[in-house]
Design a protein around this ligand. Sequence first.
Ligand code: NAD
Ligand code: MN
Length: 498
Amino acid sequence: MTDYTLHYWQQKAEKLSLEGRAFIGGCYVDSASEKVFSCNSPIDNRQLTEISRCDLADVDQAVAVARKSFESGVWSKAAPVKRKATLLKFADLIAQHQEELALLETLDMGKPISDSMAVDLPGTLRCLRWSAEAIDKIYDEVAPTPENELGMVTHEPCGVVAAIVPWNFPLQMASWKIGPALAAGNSVILKPSEKSPLTAIRIAGLAKEAGIPDGVFNVLPGFGHEVGKALALHHDVDTLAFTGSTAIAKQLMIYAGESNLKRVWSEAGGKSPNIVFADAPDLLAAAQAAAGAFCFNQGEVCTAGTRLLVEESIKDEFIEHLIAAVKQWVPGNPLDPKTNVGAIVDETQHQRILGYIAKGSDQGGKLQTGGSAASPVANGFYIEPTVFSDVANDMVIAQDEIFGSVLSVISFKDETEAIQIANDTPYGLAAGIWTSNFAKAHKMAKAVRAGSVWVNQWDGGDMTAPFGGFKQSGNGRDKSLHAFSKYTEIKATWMKLD
Ligand code: NAD
Ligand code: MN
């Protein structure tokens, strides 16, 4: 077994050769304009490489080749078992390159290398393999018709799918879209975030090597709205699958309405409540999970448990356990395998989080721990995990999605108040409930308006569980068989037999 050390990863990073070009029609190509943007590592703000800055011309080109490949049937009409085999090969190639891909992820967006290796890569592989394995096991329907008719309800791929993904789990969020979209037979254009384009670009070459036909899988890096907006306004994109902020999700629906009414599926923001009752089975365990719920991935997690609702009677005791647990989360060099808190994705996000910390103090939150920038590596962007107690749910830090490890502790007196506070948010992505009382757990789980509810744990579930939001956290679901409904159209075919 490899002995992973800081030195090992630093050496490997120095030897990396980085690809920054777009991937269109089976080839790596410069953007039509030949413009580029800089890709810096948040670890130390060093430039890693330059990335092709695609725009409208590249979008037109990619949509045209994707459409052509779709119409040709080379992938869309291939037997499901064939697509399955190809996607499994794709996953195997990703597995063979997992160290390189994990390293790219960490260099590009700053997450701890141990997480890239233990969470992002296995999660990506599991999603691709699960989606591939599912596709030759999904049946269509035959309707209960009279004798002289045959009614069939069948699923067909949508056509050209554009996937626009964020920077917090670049490869994993991409896999949640491209896994089912490709398995279902669509041609796909993946648009990574300008903050983390490296892994998406790298896997395009592996997709080709696996035998995914040219034009079926394309990757278009771009800056800001440039590529995403052009895809969303394009008349020949059939489906748009988005993970990112609620503000952009809304914008994409407008673009779809202004163009061809393409299907827009969004997985957006969150401000998830983690509700701890006095009768939780193990308060220490609950405190440790509550710390992880907002510290993991630097708090840059859509389902981060950033509102900790604690029953009044145990508030002081629980905060003590919580602070002890949070102190175990320490910013360090992301390339050091011992690090559990990495760098914030870039300077803009770093400033934004520090701005929210200042607002928390201004509005009367009581700072319990953290509150400052950290600098384990010179020139990098780091922040200490930060806890405010005595927060009211209408304070800015309890309402806005901060996307950094800033926790608001809010107390409640009974179940009714807990639910009222939990649901007093425009979001509805996830919630946690800690209690030994089964009836209370069930009642609370039903009452909370969220797509994922976890009882006596945080972040439960796997590929078998659908993932997505209520309210302004989005529509549609990633993962599980439910994900396929985003990437297929349903056709009713009725035949008269006499
Ligand atoms: P973002 O909305 O700023 O960007 C997401 C993607 O959209 C990026 O690729 C970006 O380049 C692109 N984009 C930006 N402006 C655009 C425009 N006008 N038109 C089209 N595309 C545009 O989000 P982010 O900062 O990359 O990611 C953080 C957000 O993602 C958070 O809100 C987080 O909650 C959310 N998120 C949600 C989930 C989920 O499954 N619900 C998972 C991860 C992240
Ligand atoms: Mn980056």
